[in-house]
Design a protein around this ligand. Structure first.
Ligand code: PLP
Length: 348
């Protein structure tokens, strides 16, 4: 049976006909509950979201087991990555991260004067924790990590990851970007928030753009020690009123919607397998992905593959890493992935 979310998706396929496999979005979002809440929120559309933001912060604090002073809400987690990067940059220090990874924080840090030390992932495209540890110097201001990582999709075992974050946070601030955490089976999901509760200098960020399917509505948050939150808040655009009523209502309505999240996780795994099976058949290696993307060496040069997949009606991304070009393909619906594989097969 076609679920409500799928039916809504089918009726909203992009007008220009391009299937978007470029930005790791959730093809089934927003969930029916979120859509309903958005419509109801229009009644508050003439009001700044001061109260709604404060009340959402309290709600999140309760959910995460911290105080509202430990939380900062942003217009997507991108805004929070930018303000954290600006802070590091203005201090003129260094930020260490794996490479490749989601680079926004480092880009902002560099623009403001910091130095970015990149540590290549290992042969399995996993974060190399030992090498990251050895790249930390006395003037390292932050370690930036994403687990599961974008664009590789790989996951570090949470015990190893937590021990690493705890040790490193004794030397410098550790930023753990958990944008894709909810794609991991719930029994295995572990947030680094536990370390914040124990007093560690860790910043955790989350987003409503991925499993919750609200990328176009913009909402993310960080959890950190209150001092860090104060520091980051100094650089927030609009002084904190750039959050809209619609997304706050939507987020509250779907944050605990385990049915929608389970549906997305399951459909994502089935659709991802379509591309995994094809790549395996063609002998193209790829990182073991735990999320809604696959990362593999570009089978023909990047410019050509981008042009030809776009010509066939699919938007993907190309990344440079280790002297090669790589394709990052976000996972769409099963039908979209079947179409993509057929198109790729014609190109190859
Ligand atoms: N963090 C990671 C690891 C991402 O991959 C993305 C987007 O792709 C973001 C953060 C930014 O998401 P948003 O600004 O939509 O919350």
């Amino acid at each position: 049976p076609v679920s409500e979310a799928e039916r809504l998706h089918t009726s909203s396929i992009l007008k220009d006909g391009i299937v978007r496999l470029g930005s790791n979005e959730n093809p089934y979002g927003p969930s029916p509950k979120a859509r309903e809440a958005i419509v109801a929120s229009l009644n508050e559309g003439n009001r700044y979201a001061f109260e709604a933001t404060t009340s959402f912060k309290k709600f999140l604090a309760q959910k995460e087991g911290v105080t509202p002073d430990h939380i900062m809400i942003g217009n997507g987690s991108s805004e929070l990555l930018c303000v954290a990067g600006i802070g590091v940059g203005l201090e003129g220090k260094r930020v260490v991260s794996p490479f490749p990874t989601f680079r926004l924080l480092m880009d902002f840090a560099e623009r403001m004067g910091a130095t970015w030390d990149r540590v290549d992932v290992n042969g399995k495209l996993e974060l190399d924790l030992e090498k990251i540890a050895s790249a930390v110097r006395s003037d390292t201001r932050m370690i930036f990590l994403v687990n599961p990582n974008n664009p590789t999709g790989t996951l570090i075992d949470f015990n190893a990851y937590q021990n690493f974050c705890e040790e490193m946070a004794k030397k410098t601030t550790v930023y753990s970007d958990e944008a894709y955490l909810e794609f991991v089976e719930p029994s295995q999901q572990r947030s680094m928030v536990e370390l914040i509760k124990k007093g560690s200098d860790v910043i955790v960020s989350r987003t409503f753009s991925k499993i919750y399917g609200l990328a176009g509505l913009r909402l993310g948050y960080v959890i950190a020690q209150p001092d860090r939150i104060k520091q980051m808040s100094k650089y927030q655009m609009g002084g904190g009123i750039n959050i809209n009523q619609a997304v706050l209502a939507a987020a509250k309505a779907c944050v605990d919607d385990t049915t929608f999240m389970k549906m997305t996780r399951e459909k994502n795994a089935t659709a991802r397998k379509v591309l995994e099976d094809y790549l395996t058949k063609r002998n193209i290696s790829f990182g073991k992905s735990h999320i809604n993307l696959l990362f593999f060496p570009a089978p023909v040069d990047g410019k050509t593959i981008l042009a030809q997949t776009e010509e066939a009606g699919y938007q993907i991304r190309v990344w440079d890493y280790a002297g090669k070009e790589w394709c990052r393909v976000s996972i769409g619906t099963q039908e979209e992935m079947q179409g993509f594989v057929t198109a790729l097969d014609k190109i190859l």
